[in-house]
Design a binder for this molecule. Structure first.
Ligand code: ATP
Length: 477
């Protein structure tokens, strides 16, 4: 599993999906850049989400709010006082860790060594301490279980302290001398503070939703597992406003509907599970994670939370503006309840790569052969088709370019004439291009080409005039 994960990471770099940020300066921890194919895949993921959430739902609209917001918003939301991770430093290595992560690693170690009782006990103790924000107890557990620093190997720990995950910066010329602003740690608050603007200008009636895709920033203490946990990342969030008392109905509806969204992309259902939260955040009355089995275990990709009227009420109190909806059916005003679905673009990108990545042995009795293929859903694939002239002469490249020009307004198409046709097929397999269109000498005579399908590697001969319709069919959803 570690091996596969390593291969996926190097594949992502080799083919221009993901690069370490600032690589020539030795990188910036937990920050990544998307390369030429990564940007396409990421855009396709966002489009698939936007289309299915916003454009296919009459009662959902999308916005794009600013990253900077009034600092009071983060007071109201609870982030200034409560968006913390417990951290601890090792005095010898000067390295900083998340206290709960050190304990979780220890629990995993106990489990690996077959010490299930010890693992369960420690898990319980840790949950209790986290629930009570009992920082001295977390340190006690680290000492009692003889946890050593992975770098220095010593047990010379500081006390456990809370570490706020929000990045802050200065904004010029703000009133009252308070010029500190935050980089938003979630996109949700941009939706809540625009609730009335959208409701009124869009004449929205409850139940309705506001969706948003955008960057979020968290100063994560630990940076691990590639683009799983980043300091700058992107979220796709829906806040769905409902009548109080109906929230559980909507919560269950969104829970099912979001899982369907994942599975519609052909991801393996056996890799998914729901994880219901027993410990609820202060604003929630129900919460569930959609988890995917990554090579390093089941991890959250998406959260669905019933957030009650917490956020709107807080903004009502802190801003002094009423955040109510007048419901003509019951002739009453109320502060709506909210059901949220929140998924990380980057985490879903990683899921998509891992799910699609396959090393296949194609050896026959007389010949060794293999390929690496990204079995991406055609909707997500960076290129929908590759146009390949069989040879570089006899007018084949010209014919191929002509076909390319007739298709490229409708689809993202790539062209390749370098190396043998077999090598070119492999290259397209490796980046997930679902169809290769090969132009050969027969094409010049009868205006037909072959289409090779990435997954089955089967080929069929079709008329050039039909290509547009055929590709549209194959990449539609
Ligand atoms: P975690 O427990 O993994 O830190 P979270 O519960 O804090 O996640 P939420 O605040 O619910 O996450 O955010 C919603 C989604 O945003 C997550 O399901 C995840 O996909 C994504 N996300 C959160 N933090 C990060 C991060 N640091 N890097 C990449 N994606 C993230």
């Amino acid at each position: 599993n570690d091996e596969i994960f390593k291969n996926v990471i190097s594949h992502a770099k080799e083919y221009g999906f993901v690069f370490q940020s600032s690589e020539i300066y030795d990188g910036l921890s937990a920050v990544y850049d998307y390369g030429q194919l990564g940007a396409e895949l990421k855009n396709n993921i966002k489009q698939y989400w936007w289309k299915s959430m916003v454009q296919l739902n009459e009662n959902i609209v999308g916005i794009d709010s600013a990253i900077f917001m009034h600092p009071k918003i983060w007071k109201a939301s609870g982030h200034v006082d409560g968006f913390n991770d417990p951290m601890i430093d090792n005095k010898d290595s000067k390295k900083r860790y998340r206290a709960d992560q050190l304990l979780e690693d220890k629990i995993a170690r106990y489990e690996k060594d077959g010490k299930t009782d010890k693992a369960n006990d420690l898990q319980k103790e840790m949950d209790l301490a986290l629930n009570d924000d009992n920082l001295p107890r977390l340190k006690e557990l680290i000492i009692d279980h003889e946890i050593v620093c992975p770098v220095s190997g010593t047990r010379n720990w500081t006390d456990v302290r809370q570490f706020n995950l929000m990045f802050s910066t200065q904004m010029g010329a703000m009133a009252e001398g308070s010029d500190e602003v935050y980089l938003r740690p979630e996109t949700a608050q941009g939706i809540f503070v625009n609730f009335l603007n959208v409701q009124k200008s869009g004449r929205m009636k409850i139940p309705f939703g506001i969706a948003q895709i955008g960057k979020a920033f968290r100063n994560e203490v630990i940076a691990r597992q590639f683009i799983m946990r980043m300091r700058e990342f992107e979220q796709m969030e829906l806040q769905f406003f409902v009548k109080p008392g109906t929230e559980m109905e909507w919560y269950n509806k969104w829970k099912e509907s979001r899982l369907k969204w994942h599975l519609a992309l052909g991801t393996n259902p056996a890799k998914y599970r729901f994880h219901d939260h027993t410990k609820l955040a202060h604003y929630a009355n129900a919460a569930v994670d959609i988890e995917y089995e990554f090579p390093f275990g089941f991890k959250e990709v998406e959260g669905i939370h019933s957030r009650t009227d917490f956020d709107l009420k807080q903004h009502q109190e802190f801003s002094g503006k009423k955040m109510q909806f007048f419901d003509p059916e019951i002739n009453q005003s109320y502060v709506p309840y909210v059901v949220e679905t929140s998924i990380g673009v980057d985490r879903f990108f990683l899921l998509t790569l891992i799910n699609a990545y396959e090393e296949q042995d194609l050896s026959t009795e007389d010949k060794k052969d293999s390929r690496t293929v990204l079995r991406l859903h055609p909707v997500l694939a960076p290129y929908k088709a590759a146009i390949l002239p069989l040879t570089k002469k006899d007018g084949l490249p010209e014919k191929a370019r002509e076909i390319m020009n007739s298709l490229k307004l409708d689809f993202n198409i790539t062209y390749d004439e370098k190396d043998s046709i077999g090598k070119r097929y492999r290259r397209q397999d490796a980046i997930g291009t679902p169809f290769c269109i090969t132009v050969d000498h027969q094409s010049l005579e009868d205006n037909t080409v072959t289409i090779r399908h990435r997954d089955s590697m089967e080929q069929e001969r079709v008329a050039i005039a039909d290509l547009d319709r055929i590709i549209a069919n194959l990449v539609s959803w």
